[in-house]
Design a protein around this ligand. Structure first.
Ligand SMILES: Nc1nc2c(ncn2[C@@H]2O[C@H](COP(=O)(O)OP(=O)(O)OP(=O)(O)O)[C@@H](O)[C@H]2O)c(=O)[nH]1
Ligand SMILES: [Mg+2]
Length: 343
């Protein structure tokens, strides 16, 4: 066991922060440490929190930290920094908002910068979540702005995805990317103290209905196949059917609706772990993460193996001597022949 991995498992805060940096920069013994940590993971529940800029994700995250701490849970937060290097303001705001939790030894907050190649951020986020899992987090909250492909990938790696929507931000519901809708397990209509919250609720219900079925928080689905004959068992029956996205109103600045939101999130957590469909979904998400891992590893290996022939191919394509499809096929062929484990 790598000494730093051991320290993470022993819940050494400074060592854990150091491992996060190594993993983030992909330097030092990060790969060995991650391998050593993996057998100590699988306990934490990961909640992805996404939504448009300014919807109130950080304010809500802060409330959720407090709610889970009140339940005695260990909480880790991965805040994906959405700001460009030119502004750099938002994460400072997040830090100020969340600073009450910084002195709590059972809360770990870490921000990740959006840099590097496509998929790099999602890989880093997955790895950091695993570090926190090994550290002993019961809950890992991952806050990310729902705009880019990277953010979508991160959302797909969470067990539960919370999409935060706020009224009064123009085309609030329409502005949510289609991919985010597919990932959403629970919606929070935040800033419900503002005008337009009812409209946002209706828009959201309509959007969900167009994509399938809809249920309101605490209500029952429309035409849900698993509807029970025994009213007393309705909750259980619901839990055994497919998951239907739930909508919850919140005013995170006043901590309103947060307790109900926690209940809905918990219902989804239980559905994921206790139903066959939920377990299938969990496996599918793990497979997605594995694909990202494999894709990155393959690209890294190919770049090393192909080296200058890749540059040559780029030049040949730019001179129109070869088309990019044939060039890729040839590069793959060259990589396969060079690979010792050739099939
Ligand atoms: N009126 C009202 N304002 C809120 C509510 N929740 C958050 N806000 C305010 O909305 C602004 C943005 O909140 P944040 O929590 O930073 O939003 P965010 O989604 O994390 O923003 P980015 O990380 O920059 O995308 C802040 O000024 C909050 O105080 C709410 O329920 N009601
Ligand atoms: Mg934020």
């Amino acid at each position: 066991m790598h000494p730093l991995a051991q320290k993470v498992i022993d819940r050494d805060t400074r060592a854990t922060a150091r491992v996060c940096r190594l993993v983030d920069d992909r330097v030092g013994d990060h790969a060995t440490i991650l391998k050593d940590l993996f057998p100590h993971t699988g306990r934490a529940w990961t909640l992805g929190i996404t939504g448009n800029p300014g919807a109130g994700k950080s304010t809500l995250t802060d409330r959720l930290i407090a709610a889970y701490r009140a339940q005695g849970k260990r909480v880790a937060v991965v805040a994906i920094d959405p700001t460009s290097p030119f502004t750099g303001g938002a994460i400072l705001g997040d830090r100020i908002r969340m600073q009450d939790h910084f002195s709590d030894p059972d809360v770990f907050i870490r921000s990740l910068a959006t840099r590097g190649a496509l998929g790099g951020l999602s890989r880093s986020a997955t790895d950091i979540v695993r570090v926190f899992d090994a550290w002993g987090a019961d809950v890992v909250l991952v806050e990310t702005v729902g705009v880019g492909q990277d953010e979508l990938e991160i959302t797909r790696t969470a067990h539960t995805t919370l999409v935060v929507v706020a009224p009064g931000m123009g085309d609030d519901v329409q502005a949510i990317k289609a991919g985010i809708f597919e990932c959403a397990d629970v919606f929070a209509v935040n800033k419900a103290d503002r005008d337009g919250a009812d409209g946002t609720m209706r828009d959201l219900e309509l959007m969900i209905a167009l994509g399938g079925e809809v249920t309101r928080s605490g209500g029952h689905s429309l035409g849900h196949a698993a509807g029970s004959l025994d009213l007393g068992r309705q909750e259980v029956s619901h839990a055994e059917g497919p998951w239907l996205p739930v909508i919850q109103r919140t005013v995170s600045t006043r901590n309103q609706g947060v307790a109900d939101l926690v209940v809905q999130l918990d219902r989804h957590r239980v559905w994921m772990s206790d139903t066959a469909l939920g377990r299938q979904r969990r496996e599918a998400r793990l497979r997605d993460a594995m694909h990202v891992q494999l894709r990155d590893a393959l690209v890294d290996a190919a770049l090393v193996t192909l080296g200058p022939s890749l540059d040559e191919a780029v030049r040949a394509v730019s001179r129109r001597e070869i088309d990019p499809y044939t060039a890729s096929e040839r590069l793959i062929e060259a990589f396969r022949s060079a690979s010792p484990t050739r099939a």
